[in-house]
Design a protein around this ligand. Structure first.
Ligand SMILES: C[S@@+](CC[C@H](N)C(=O)[O-])C[C@H]1O[C@@H](n2cnc3c(N)ncnc32)[C@H](O)[C@@H]1O
Length: 762
């Protein structure tokens, strides 16, 4: 909540009166003069004269009042309370005095006293709208919501134009659990005063939770124009996450491109909505339809794109931002279009040797496609013919590098869309030549950065032995296929102390504060490619992070990106969780997400980590849910039966065969997972050398046996809302029996794993 308080002194007291006795006549004269100075803002002259008036008549109520007002204006709030309080003692029935002292007391945070004075002001002057609002403000602060609502309603009946009062009333109603009553007041507040940033946030959240995502999006975009808060950006992504029906508009496209490329969150999370937008362009849509209709046969450029589909695809900023920033194009139709576009461009180049890609739009599209293929690790289907054509192009480039002959930009773009440019022998020599901007970007992505990553291998220390059989198997998988890939990390703009963060994330949980601000020791166990380490290093005040993993290539990937982000509070090391206790270190926070289920004995690994957690320390865990992974088990059975190996070629083949299954085949359910759309992630999803699944009763038993208190699950707001609706007796959402029942009814609830935070009871 971010409600505005009324801090202005609305009343400056009565104008000087005519008086009859001589002594009072001079007091009146002084007061009149003082009043003139006061009104003109000459406060010290005014103060002198008010003091002189009080010397003549210490009971002069108006002078006391005005001195109080001046004290308030110059920031001496306690003096103001004293002066206005003395005036009230002389004239208890003056509504202005009560109103003004209430303003000062509110500014001092003395809400109970403020409320009693504004109540008196209202009693003395029931038609004073501002006094009702002031009463509402202090009641709101005191969390007396019924009184606050009543006061605002009375105030607004007298003055319906007070935007802040509408906003505050709406916040009170929202806190009371009446979003439908709150919404029109937020709307009215914004109509009257379009710059109340918090009102956009609240109103958008009401529409979002009410299931009206297009309306929520509209409010969010209006709010973003006023103030770009992290809250609105996150909610924007949440609205788009599930690909709800979205209205195509220039403004939406503008914010989508920014959300993808800055980025505001994980770009892949809004891929589906972006694809919906891309398909709104009929020229691109026709190409996609043609690709789907022809599949698996391939079309020529002309047949696929039509007269201007290629230009449209190259120029579409949403498609470009999506392909460059998200690994997931989790839409089979678009994947087929892109796969076919790649081979059509290759054919066109073969038909017109050398500079086949002549126009800018074609080169732009070709480079964008190549960047995407690199980050999805060349997961698209690829025929033997295509491989042979690319091999020829590669040989030409190698020869040109040796002879110094020219190399067509188009050739590099085409090769890069089938294999990484660093795989070209002597590829470093490409860096010495001059290229158009788009090719230079490709070389950065596919030659310069991988080289720099490899350079980091020597800089990462080995902290423990790695000799467990399963650890060695798992290590070899992630050496070849680091997981998960990421392009850019979303800026985490707010840094919290760990206690504030836990209170924010789990407001109703029984959390014991750990009071760490200056230095918070964090261990990321199984850090993979470093996203979690980066998140923790940025999110928590005083964080000092140790991030370990079995896989050196994952650690290099992580370290390269960490350095690029300018973070210096993360140390990376190669280690096996099973042997971590040999470090003799302990931590305030340990995160182990998506890792323990890959150990031979996950609970043994969890116990090692617990032995390194300080009393009251926090642990973030993510484990596979047995129920949510039923379709993965079906796909793994399919893979075992057909004998696919965990190679790039077999993963590509296997994907296409899964896509060809009947729509209702259980194994085909994996196409809904974002991990299906990149090679390493697909390997992690379907080809893992070792994985266990869990149930909530198992987790409950482990927590009880090991003195761990559940603070809560990390869930989207709408899941938590549905859970609370079903289990109102568990507002903190920590009852594992209830969650188990909820999961039975909603088997996909933990599709993204059981992700939760526990605290080690001291
Ligand atoms: C699925 S990835 C998750 C990466 C990261 N936690 C995340 O969520 O982004 C699993 C990671 O755990 C690592 N891992 C698995 N077993 C491990 C062990 N015994 N010790 C250390 N790391 C391990 C793997 O090398 C891999 O990088």
């Amino acid at each position: 909540m971010n409600r505005k308080q009324r801090r202005q002194l609305a009343r400056i007291g009565p104008a000087p009166r005519k008086v009859s006795t001589p002594s009072h006549a001079s007091v009146a004269g002084l007061f009149a003069k003082a009043f003139q100075h006061f009104q003109a803002g000459r406060l010290s002259e005014a103060m002198d004269l008010y003091h002189q008036a009080l010397t003549l008549n210490p009971q002069h109520c108006d002078s006391l009042h005005h001195l109080g007002l001046i004290a308030f204006k110059i920031g001496r709030h306690e003096v103001a309370v004293d002066m206005i309080g003395r005036a009230i003692a002389l004239n208890e029935a003056n509504a202005e005095l009560h109103y003004n002292i209430s303003v000062v007391l509110t500014a001092l945070g003395r809400y109970a006293e403020a409320a009693s004075h504004s109540q008196r002001a209202v009693a003395l002057k029931p038609d004073d709208a501002a006094a009702h609002m002031l009463l509402g403000d202090s009641c709101l602060k005191l969390e007396k919501l019924d009184q606050a609502v009543a006061a605002y309603r009375q105030g607004l009946a007298l003055d319906p134009t007070d935007a802040e009062a509408h906003n505050n009333l709406a916040e009170a109603l929202l806190t009371q659990g009446h979003p439908d009553e709150a919404a029109p007041h937020f709307e009215e507040a914004l109509r009257l005063k379009p710059d109340i940033a918090a009102a956009y946030q609240n109103l958008a959240m009401i529409h979002f939770l009410g299931g009206d995502k297009p309306r929520a999006l509209n409010v969010i975009m209006q709010g973003l124009r006023i103030k770009e808060t992290p809250f609105l950006k996150t909610l924007f992504l949440d609205c788009l996450r599930y690909g709800s029906t979205i209205p195509d508009s220039g403004m939406l496209r503008h914010y989508v491109v920014r959300a993808l490329s800055e980025p505001w969150g994980r770009p892949g999370s809004i891929a589906y909505a972006c694809i919906t937008l891309v398909k709104c362009d009929p020229r691109i849509k026709h190409g996609i339809d043609r690709a789907v209709a022809a599949w698996p046969a391939r079309l020529s450029c002309q047949d696929l794109f039509g007269p201007d589909g290629l230009r449209a695809a190259g120029a579409d900023p949403v498609l470009r931002a999506l392909l460059q920033n998200s690994h997931h194009v989790n839409d089979v139709a678009l994947e087929r279009f892109l796969t076919m576009a790649r081979s059509a461009l290759l054919d066109a180049a073969a038909a017109t040797p050398a500079a086949a890609i002549v126009d800018d739009a074609t080169l732009t599209f070709s480079c964008t496609l190549a960047r995407h293929c690199f980050i999805n690790e060349y997961v698209f289907a690829c025929s033997a013919d295509e491989q042979a054509q690319v091999a020829m192009l590669r040989d030409q480039v190698v020869a040109a590098l040796r002879t110094g002959d020219a190399i067509a930009a188009s050739s590099l773009a085409l090769i890069a869309s089938y294999e990484p440019l660093y795989a070209i022998p002597e590829s470093e020599a490409l860096l010495a030549r001059s290229w158009p901007g788009e090719i230079a970007d490709l070389l950065l992505q596919q030659v310069r950065e991988p080289l720099a990553e490899r350079e980091l291998r020597k800089s990462i220390p080995q902290l423990t032995r790695i000799d467990d059989d399963i650890s060695l198997l798992v290590q070899s998988q992630y050496e070849e296929s680091p997981y998960p890939r990421w392009v850019k990390y979303a800026p985490d703009e707010i840094t919290y102390s760990i206690d504030d963060r836990m209170r924010r994330d789990f407001p109703l949980a029984r959390y014991v504060p750990i009071g760490k601000v200056d230095r918070l020791d964090v261990l990321i166990a199984g850090c993979g490619t470093g996203q979690q380490a980066v998140g923790a290093a940025r999110r928590y005040t005083g964080a000092r992070v140790l991030a370990v993993d079995l896989s050196l290539s994952s650690l290099c990937y992580a370290k390269y990106r960490t350095e690029a982000l300018g973070l210096d509070n993360i140390d990376y090391g190669q280690a096996d969780i099973l042997r971590l206790a040999s470090l003799n270190r302990d931590f305030d926070v340990i995160a182990c997400s998506g890792v323990l289920h890959h150990l031979a004995d996950p609970l043994a690994g969890w116990r090692v980590l617990l032995s390194m957690l300080r009393p009251n320390g926090l642990m973030h865990i993510a484990l596979y849910s047995k129920m949510a992974r039923a379709h993965i088990v079906a796909a793994r059975d399919f893979i075992a039966a057909r004998g696919y190996r965990a190679t790039v070629e077999d993963i590509r083949r296997c994907r296409q065969d899964i896509l060809a299954l009947d729509l209702d085949a259980p194994a085909r359910g994996v196409v809904w997972s974002a991990d299906f759309y990149t090679t390493s992630n697909c390997r992690d999803l379907l080809f893992h050398v070792q994985e266990h699944h869990f149930t909530l009763p198992q987790i409950k038993t482990f927590l009880a046996e090991n003195g761990l208190a559940l603070l809560g699950f990390e869930h989207d707001a709408d899941v938590l809302q549905r859970y609370r609706g079903q289990f109102p007796d568990d507002p903190a959402c920590t009852n594992l029996d209830h969650w188990h029942a909820f999961e039975q009814q909603n088997p996909n609830t933990f599709g993204r794993m059981y992700q939760f935070v526990v605290q080690k009871l001291a």
